[in-house]
Write a protein that binds this ligand. Structure first.
Ligand SMILES: [Zn+2]
Length: 386
């Protein structure tokens, strides 16, 4: 098996400890001032009273803003340059002479943002150093054995600050204790492995749903936002732990290609979103890559119906039979757990090359929100109109 060991880059998002919030809040105001200066300057150049119009590049903005650091006690020239670069990119992207102002105060305040270059962020003991100040973050151990690239400090809707930094790591190929596994990404019981293991998704979101509704009813917007964030983080955390476990244990990982298009038309849509299979697949993909594992996606066709012992299509079929959890094969008499049986079939679909439709890119899976609407509804409405 060939192992791809080129370094790869991903983005880490770590929460900043609150002691640094006041500094970051102040730095964000300065960033807004730089952005608004770039906006005004570029607009003036693009729509001059006299003379030819000029479309300022990031380089030209840098030249014009040189020496500006003395007016900004928090941010340095590198951050100013990063703001200029970001502004120039956005302006080009939206093809506009002027972009929106960044607002520092009031209800329409922009969420804080302080970008930096790779060389600006340094490790120092248990902390990080940026712009002459020490920062502490949660989950600092995730920054170990990686090379820090550029990134930003970003504020979320709740008001907390996060360090978002691109990191480069060289994968360490290890041999997993078990050769292979098939994963069935289900709706209710969530993930089942071909070894009979199951991850209970635990309804990461649903438990909190009532609380969110309650908070919204009472007009506690901040609390609702906080609960939304908690739900998302719990889901992500559970998936991270699970994907790590799978990658540590198996050398080859085969995942079924969940047809979210079909499922989005049922009442299950919410559960599909809940379970966050896209997120799990992405995690398996990059964690697998960094450990030298093979991660494959195969078609889920007939994986529920087929008997994993004898191969005959004796199992439950269609969405109506989702309620069936266990069944007995009428051909060979074996008893099957619906999801574990499907996981076994997914694994054999990869083993048997004729049935493989794999190697689709992860992005080819259509998100439920973008799935085509069922045509039935249109036909029916036409029938009632006639
Ligand atoms: Zn059978």
């Amino acid at each position: 098996m060939s192992v791809n060991l080129t370094p790869h880059i991903r983005t880490l998002r770590l929460k900043v400890k609150s002691e640094s919030y006041p500094w970051l809040d102040a730095a964000a105001v300065e960033v807004n001032q730089v952005w608004n200066w770039a906006n005004a300057t570029s607009y003036k150049a693009a729509r001059p009273f006299v003379g030819p119009a000029q479309w300022l590049s990031a380089y030209e903005l840098d030249k014009l803003s040189s020496g500006a650091t003395e007016y900004f006690p928090h941010i340095g020239s590198e951050t100013i340059q990063r703001v200029n670069a970001e502004f120039a990119t956005r302006r080009k992207q939206f093809k506009k002479a002027k972009l929106r102002w960044r607002v520092s105060r009031g209800a329409k305040r922009s969420l804080g943002w302080v970008p930096f270059k790779a060389a600006q962020l340094k490790r120092k003991g248990n902390a990080l150093r940026f712009a002459g100040k020490a920062f502490r973050v949660f989950e600092r151990e995730r920054l170990e054995s990686v090379t820090l690239k550029s990134g930003c400090f970003a504020q979320d809707a709740v008001g907390d600050w996060w360090l978002c930094v691109a990191v480069e790591s060289v994968p360490v190929a290890t041999e997993a204790p078990h050769p292979e596994v098939g994963l069935d990404l289900g709706l209710k019981d969530t993930v089942a492995t071909s070894d009979g293991d199951k991850l209970k998704a635990g309804h990461f979101y649903r438990g909190i749903e009532d609380k969110i509704a309650q908070a919204q009813r009472r007009g506690h917007r901040r609390q609702a936002k906080r609960l939304h964030r908690t739900a998302a983080r719990r889901r992500k955390d559970a998936l991270h732990k699970y994907s790590r476990k799978i990658v540590d244990r198996y050398q080859t990982i085969v995942v079924g290609d969940v047809s979210s298009t079909q499922l989005a038309q049922t009442r299950m849509a919410k559960s599909v979103l809940d379970a966050g299979w896209g997120m799990l697949k992405t995690q398996l993909h990059y964690k697998g890559q960094s450990a030298g594992r093979g991660v494959h996606i195969v078609s889920e066709r007939n994986t529920t119906r087929g008997c994993s012992s004898c191969g005959s299509l004796t199992g439950p079929s269609g969405l109506d039979s989702l309620a069936v959890r266990t069944w007995r094969c009428s051909a060979c008499g074996d008893m099957h757990d619906r999801d574990v049986n499907a996981a076994r079939n997914i694994l054999s679909a990869w083993r048997c090359p004729t049935s493989v439709s794999g190697n689709e890119s992860l992005s080819s899976v259509i998100a439920p929100s973008r799935a085509p609407r069922p045509r039935k509804a249109r036909i029916r409405s036409r029938a009632t109109a006639a």
